[in-house]
Design a protein around this ligand. Sequence first.
Ligand code: FEO
Ligand code: CA
Ligand code: CA
Ligand code: CA
Length: 737
Amino acid sequence: MNDRVESAFLGHGEEDSNTSSNPTFDSVVQARLSRRSLLRGGVGTAATALLGGLSLAACGGGDDEPAPAAASTGTLLGFAAVAKSLDDRITVPAGYTASVLLALGDPLAAGVSAFRNDGTDSGYDRRVGDDHDGMEYFGLSTTGSPDPASSARALLGINHEYINQLFLHPNGPSPNPRPAGETDIEVDAHGVSIVEIARSGSTYAYVQNSTFNRRITAATEIQFSGPLRGHPLLITKFSPDATKTRGTVNNCGTGKTPWGTLLTGEENWTGYYFRAAGDQALRTAKANTALARYGRNVTGTAAAASRYGWETAGAADKYARWNTSVTGATPADDYRHEINGQGYITEIDPYDPASVVRKRTALGRMAHENAAFGKPVAGKPLAVYLGDDARNEYIYKFVSTDNWVAADATAPNRMATGDKYLDRGKLFAAKFNADGTGQWIELSMANPTVAGFAGYAFADDGDVLMHARLAADAVGATRMDRPEWCAVAGSGEVYFTLTNNSNRRLGTVTGSQLNPDAANPRVYTDIRGASTVQSGNPNGHVIRLRENGGEPAATAFAWDIYLFGAEAGSPTNVINLSGLTSDNDLSSPDGLVYTPSTGLLWVQTDDGAYTDVTNCMMLAAVPGTVGDGGPVTIDYGASGTVTTRAGRKQTATTLKRFLVGPVDQEITGLAETPDGKALFLNVQHPGEETPFSAIGDPSKYTSHWPGNAGYGPGGANARPRSATVVVVKNDGGRVGT
Ligand code: FEO
Ligand code: CA
Ligand code: CA
Ligand code: CA
């Protein structure tokens, strides 16, 4: 969700809890002041799979287009750029077809009724959840065993980040105290969907009655794994031995392990918990510091309200647990530690619907976006790259203790393989130096700077991992412009989106404002609509790094800024530093996925800054290499200069807009078939800016997608639904060529 929507619609902003005094290169700045087809495949086939896709929009390709030609290898970015658009539909290049594969509420088991989409549906623990986000592809053989090479049959693992609450109930959400029925729906619409899909003619369809289909929700029992299992800070009434919790929430980005499991990142979980006024007096100073650093501070007589008020739905334990306040005599008598059970990278075995889900605590607790593995090399540790998405937060890396054994890629007990590589290792935070180098700094009690941190007396390594932000504060890691997705290119270089930061400022800064630094160098204003002034770095950027020696365990790296988000036509000396044009300009990069079949990097936007001109989009990019550009000095006049490392400027052969989505949504999550001929992506929260007062008056819904494209009930008056879309090239070639 973009932060403008969060603050205006949900009542609170993205977390903004880093008030540490880390060098943000303030000192460095001073020092340097220097998508027919669809159904071309056949509706008949789709009957068994319930729902074939529906044609949405094709800029080219009428109903009389020729039958698919032989698959083309194709030149990368050989398509014509899609224009920016405010239309309530999906637009893809001429020669491509985008179809809806599945959407919020679609049934995932035999006997579950078709979705009515009028707010009266229930049973979301057997329906597709809401607000689709990250997504991974797991190939299936014809006999139903894992087959990484299969493009004909697969499982998709899909995150459901949160809920478009207005449209889940007949008349929108009731106020607190929340009705239990509404609360159960909302809890179940969260989490993750595992869904079987199968090729159907030229496109794909999902399989309603697959025995692989599974929903993990905000109520599913999950085990803690790794260093925090059994830790005193995870003791709750539900789990006095601190080994388990319920639910995974705000599942944002994803990852796919080299052994074929799904990783899901728990992002903006802090706001799900109510903390009572006065709770601060019942806690230690240290506990208060930790809660504040993770966005649940309470001061004076003000409580920290929860986003959805689930704790108000009744006395039953399943509701009470959302109140993370001291209410009992000991931690085993209440849910004061419940909030400590969220914020992890959580592993799910998609191939085994009965498998136990595990939270991999060794990867630290933060507002996790996704988890991207470095290229596995036999005999070397595995590296996993991680971003903490909140303003001013950090970039992290986990390095496994065990060296990679190639046979583990196909070992039958996948969760045991996860235990091996994800429960033992070291966590590092990134520091970006002004000269284009950087360090990974270990976060553990073995680092005296962590163990001796005056700001928080870490008790043990479990405490360090649970409060990784504080440990990164301690070591002076670099505070970034909201780290979102990371992706590892074929070269091994690691790309991170930094979506935006409204708190970058020149001159004297207060509170959580930061001066620009080499890695977050831009401060500028942009005008949205007629006159809304947006300050800081509203368009965001993409930074990348190369590990020294290409080693996963390297503690040093080189970096530069691959791409600066900007509006075409904006000044090229401060804002449009990548030379973007109307064919590839963008704002607020978020989703970022590398597709091995083509070697393309796909950039997706979750924007609130340029949405006066265009809906959110996806672009295809040809990655370069760190250092393919050079130093750039930005002159801020009386505020001095900032010198950064910029990648080469973008051109029509390196970056091109591929897709624009419907109104008030973000494009997020991407998975390709191994043959590269189909891409799956998610459209999250269309129509999100519809005011609560509009319920019952469809003319006031800002989006009616995908109902308006013929998918599901409702037509032009439909309630909008988050959905998974499949894109294919009409000539059968690879997507992006
Ligand atoms: Fe869920 Fe940071 O986006
Ligand atoms: Ca603008
Ligand atoms: Ca995101
Ligand atoms: Ca975002």
